[in-house]
Design a protein around this ligand. Structure first.
Ligand SMILES: [Zn+2]
Length: 133
């Protein structure tokens, strides 16, 4: 089996985008990022994932893209004001997990939660996603 490497810089010291980000923070600031720094980065990425669901629209400004939201089409979501309100680090044993809280969607909007969680997890962050009004 070939050795896992960073998709961005090909280092074998880290193997995910999150790992690359942590490494770069260390290089830039001389110390590893705090949980709060990491929460801020995750919030930024989660917000971008939400924005990716929209297209510019002449009348609405921004309109949810029907194809991209197909997995959440039947969920109660206020597309006019959907946003990440906070990302909270919490300790789960030895691991820090980040709870991403998204406002303006029903608590049972599982398709939306999974979309956000799947990408952030793929990029190397340990997250749980909650939606609320
Ligand atoms: Zn890297």
């Amino acid at each position: 089996m070939s050795e896992q490497r960073c998709p961005w810089c090909d280092s074998s010291d880290h193997t995910t985008i999150a790992g690359h980000w942590r490494w770069l923070q260390g290089v830039m600031f001389g110390k590893p990022p705090s949980a709060e720094d990491e929460a801020q980065e995750i919030q930024h990425e989660a917000q971008r994932l939400i924005e990716h669901l929209y297209d510019p629209d002449a009348e609405l400004g921004w309109a949810a893209n029907g194809r991209r939201i197909s997995l959440m089409r039947d969920e109660a979501i206020n597309w006019g004001d959907l946003h990440v309100i906070e990302v909270r680090p919490w300790a789960n044993g030895d691991q820090v997990v980040f709870e991403v809280v998204i406002e303006e969607a029903a608590p049972e909007a599982v398709g939306l939660q999974e979309y956000i969680a799947e990408w952030l997890t793929k990029w190397g962050w340990a997250v749980s996603v909650r939606t609320e009004w």
